[in-house]
Design a protein around this ligand. Sequence first.
Ligand code: HEC
Length: 190
Amino acid sequence: MCILNLTWMAEQHKRMDPAAFGKANYQRNSLWGALVLLIGSASCNPNVDRTAALEQQVATLQAKVEQAYKPGLGEFMSVIQVHHEKLWFAGTHANWKLADFEVHEIMESLDDIKVYAKDRKETVMIGLLDPALDSVRVSISKEDTARFRSAYLALTNSCNSCHRATEHGFNVIKLPSGSPFGDQEFTPVK
Ligand code: HEC
């Protein structure tokens, strides 16, 4: 395209001889020449090709982003449920390192909800868990089992407050009974 234009432009220039054409003809041809030069330089410009390539890349990436898997609020909640349960077994076995780990896993999932579940109206209420989570963290740092138990109960009640407030009151979270995680040791490593 670029070489073709340049050859054609050279041809046009040869024909623009004022002696062979009248003055008006020459002027018209000069205008033509300017236009051809403009189009020619645009298609010869490497920036134009680069922009087209980038536009293509953006379109491809956009399509990929739209198809990318995005977990829903319910999926984050199921992950939180696992860590909520493990937190209990860690805390009641005075495994403070594991308890600290589990409480941070819950907090990470809450942060993810704020990013990935922005479109859910319930997400504005997610901060409702913060005071109870703080109390759980204090009990862990003090390695105080009695304090942990009451903070954990407050946390569980906060889960249910939000479920009730968001018309999911049928979804009741309670203190865990036997551990469903038969393959995980909750007592601290000596
Ligand atoms: C922002 C309010 C809110 C808070 C706080 C909250 N939840 Fe939820 N939870 C929801 C909503 C809304 C759903 C329904 C999600 C859906 O549409 O799938 C849900 C669903 C769930 C589910 C899925 C139920 C099922 O059986 O599939 C579980 C489990 C759950 N929550 C556990 C918890 C736990 C544990 C906590 C506390 C640590 C908690 N939630 C805190 C709002 C909340």
